[in-house]
Design a protein around this ligand. Sequence first.
Ligand code: KIV
Ligand code: ZN
Length: 385
Amino acid sequence: MVHVNIFDTTLRDGEQSPGVNLNQLEKLEIARQLERFGVDIMEAGFPASSQGDFEGVRAIARTIKNASVTGLARATKSDIDIAWDALKDAQEPRLHIFLATSPIHMKYKLMKTPEEVTQLAIDMVSYARRKFPHVEWSAEDGSRTDLDFLCRIIEKVIDAGATVINIPDTVGYATPEEYGRIFRYVREHVPNIHKVTLSAHCHDDLGMAVANSLAAIENGATQVEGTINGIGERAGNASLEEIAVAMSIRKDQYPYTTNLVLKEIKRTSDLVSRFTGMVVPANKAVVGKNAFAHESGIHQDGVLKHASTYEIITPELVGVSSNDLVLGKHSGRHAFKDKIEQMGFQLSSEKLNEAFTSFKQLTDRKKEVTDEDLFTILTDIQTNI
Ligand code: KIV
Ligand code: ZN
C-alpha cells in the first residue's frame, strides 16, 4: 500500500488564524501531542517572522525526536539563514520555502516576471540545500498557476535540489476534480517528478479542503498538509483529523497507510482548541461534541439495535471514551506515574509531584477521574512556568 506522509501545520498556518497567539510553552505542548498523534512532519512556525516564533521553533526542534520539524521561509537568504539557526538542532531539519507562481501573485504581489520567479526559486532552493538535508518548495497559489509554467518551474526546482514539491490551493478556490487533475498533470509532465515527494496543501474557503486533499492523494500526492480542527488563515486549512479518519474507514476508496495514532485525535483536538481559544463547533465532523450524539428517536432506536445503523465511526477510534475510568482517590503515586507514562508523558519529579497533587485534589471533587481529566492536568502543568 502507498504510504502518505502527514505534514501538520497547526503551529504555523494554524497559528495564522486571526486572534490566535500561542506562547512558547503552549506551542511545545502541542508539538509533543502532535508527536504522540504520529505526524511525520510538523511545521513549528515561521522563524524569521518574529523573535518569539524563532524561539518557539528552536525549542520544538530541540525537543521533538519522532517527527521531522520544519519552519517556513520566504525566498530570501536571510529567511533561510534564520530558519537554519532555529532548526539546525532538530533530529531531521527541514526547510519549507514558498514563492508564488500564479499570474495574479507574480504581477501584483511579487512584481516579477515568470523568468525572474523561476530564477529566484532555483537560487533559493539550491542555497537552502547547502544547509538543509530536506527542502520543501511550495508554488504558492499553485492551483491558479498556468499548468505548463508550473511544470517547468517544478522541474527546475527539483534539479536545484528540492526534495518535496508542494502545490497549495492557497485561496481555497479549486474543486476536487480540478485539484486532482493538477496533480495528475504534474506527475505526467514533469520528467524528474519521481525524485521528490509531491504534497497537497488546501484551504477551506469553499468548504472543500478535505475533499481536495483526498483528491490530490488519489492522483499521486504522497504527502498531505493540514491542521488540527482545520484552523488556519481565513476559513482555515484542511482538517487533518477528518482526512485521517476518512482514509482509515474508507480503505476501499483510499488504500493508503499513515503513521497516525487515531485514538490521539480527540485529545489533540481538545488541546489545540483549549490553547488557541478556537472553539470546535458542536457539529464538526470527527471531533465535534455532537459527532457521536444521536438525537432523534428513530436514530436512537437504530443505534440501540446495532450501532452500525447510524454510526460510521466508533467514538473509540478517535479516542472519545469519557467513561474510560482510570484512577480514583485510592490510587497511589506509582499507579499514577505508570498511567501517565502510558499516555506518553515523561515528567520531571517536580512536575510529577505537582501533577499528583492536582490529581488528588480532583479526586476529592470528582468520583471518576477520566483520561481526559488527566490529560488536562498534565498539559496544564507542562505549560505552567
Ligand atoms: O497556503 C499557502 O499557500 C501556504 C504556503 C506558505 C505554503 O500556506
Ligand atoms: Zn496555507
